[in-house]
Design a protein around this ligand. Structure first.
Ligand SMILES: *[C@@H]1O[C@H](CO)[C@@H](O)[C@H](O)[C@H]1NC(C)=O
Ligand SMILES: *[C@@H]1O[C@H](CO)[C@@H](O)[C@H](O)[C@H]1NC(C)=O
Ligand SMILES: *[C@@H]1O[C@H](CO)[C@@H](O)[C@H](O)[C@H]1NC(C)=O
Length: 349
């Protein structure tokens, strides 16, 4: 796991800002609301003695609203998919000045409203890059080797023995051309792993060519070229107005028939109906999705019926170490915000 800041520097810096909060005489402890009861203990350990913590009884919207009513907190520790919007902030009250979200993405947070209210926001980029990139490769490997279909054959007793040499043929990652949509931190972590698999070429799209792309030997191309040439396409771009529904019918029609799409960013990047059609019509080979729309996915979703789809339930960052690192960074961001210091990983509003 790469660290953003050396641990020692981080520790000393945090102690410094903590002393500023705690040493202010006659000042009642500031209050932090943790909007999810399953946040790792490490966050509580960091807050201990420095702030008063109030934890929501549940991670659903009603519990959060109920917990915030009259609680008069100074900061919100956001964790989970509930939208942080006007209703939430109005319930929390005007004294809220700091928000830390235990996530890299912040499309569920009304950033314009935060900015208007003078609230600072921090997120947790980078500490989850490796875990998410691992899931991207997990999905690419299982989609290309037809994991879902194979498992079903075993369960249903339709496993043809391997003396049939053409049984369950998949696609190779080695020697393939790979396209990465969005060569940010996670996109780069995916590219590094792919180099170990011996891919022939790495292409990427984004706003601009990046020096990191050159270092990785990746080639900056336009979207059409990436779709046309890639055997694997990894979606690693954040959800913005620009990327919302970018993977539509036209997008899939430009992909190779043997192409595989892997989504580890945000579900709304994909027009799911168009994806399902492309998978059914054999317009593409397979898809691996860690993110869907909606989440949780309905049990009767067509995606669950298709054997050329591999699904994981948004577990990109779900390892013990990574979640601990995210909780720790969120807590430290909040303490810094409360102390009037710049957060370690602020979101520019
Ligand atoms: C995104 O789109 C929404 C709705 O169309 C609009 O209100 C908002 O200002 C847009 N945001 C940006 C950053 O362009
Ligand atoms: C990619 O995942 C995001 C996050 O859940 C989702 O909103 C989007 O629809 C997905 N796109 C595709 C093509 O699966
Ligand atoms: C998860 O991490 C915490 C904090 O380091 C540790 O106490 C706990 O034992 C870990 N749990 C597992 C299942 O690894």
């Amino acid at each position: 796991m790469r660290c953003i800041i050396g641990n020692k520097v981080l520790y000393v810096a945090v102690l410094f800002c903590l002393s500023k909060i705690a040493c202010a005489e006659n000042m009642a402890l500031k209050k932090v609301f943790i909007a999810n009861p399953s946040v790792p203990r490490v966050a509580y350990n960091i807050f201990e003695n420095f702030v008063e913590v109030i934890t929501s009884s549940g991670y659903d919207r009603e519990s959060i609203i109920k917990g915030l009513s009259g609680a008069n907190v100074d900061a919100l520790f956001w964790a989970g998919g509930v939208k942080l919007d006007k209703e939430i902030l109005d319930t929390a009250g005007p004294q809220v000045k700091v928000v830390g979200t235990m996530s890299a993405g912040y499309n569920h947070i009304d950033t314009a409203l935060l900015k208007a209210k003078g609230i600072v926001l921090g997120n947790t980029p980078r500490v989850l890059d490796d875990a998410v990139a691992d899931v991207a490769l997990l999905l690419a490997m299982s989609a290309s080797r037809r994991y879902t279909e194979g498992r079903r054959h075993i369960e249903e007793g339709t496993w043809i023995n391997f003396f049939n040499t053409q049984w369950m043929l998949g696609q190779d990652i080695s020697g393939s051309t790979v396209g990465i949509v969005g060569l940010g931190n996670i996109g780069q972590a995916i590219a590094k792993r792919l180099k170990g698999f011996g891919v022939a070429k790495i292409l990427y799209t984004g706003h601009r060519e990046k020096p990191e792309g050159k270092e990785l030997g990746a080639q900056f191309v336009n979207q059409d070229t990436l779709n046309r040439e890639s055997d694997f396409i990894f979606l690693a771009a954040p959800l913005t107005n620009e990327t919302n529904q970018m993977c539509n019918a036209d997008f899939f029609s430009k992909m190779k028939k043997t192409g595989i799409i892997v989504n580890i960013s945000r579900g709304q990047l994909i027009d799911q109906a168009a994806l399902i059609k492309a998978l059914k019509d054999g317009e593409i080979f397979a898809a691996g999705l860690d993110v869907m729309d909606p989440e949780p996915l309905n049990r009767d979703s067509e995606l669950l019926k298709l054997s050329n789809v591999v699904l994981t339930p948004h577990i990109g960052s779900a390892t013990n170490n990574t979640r601990n690192a995210m909780a720790e960074l969120t807590a430290k961001n909040i303490l810094r915000g409360l102390g009037g210091e710049e957060m370690f990983t602020p979101v520019k509003l």
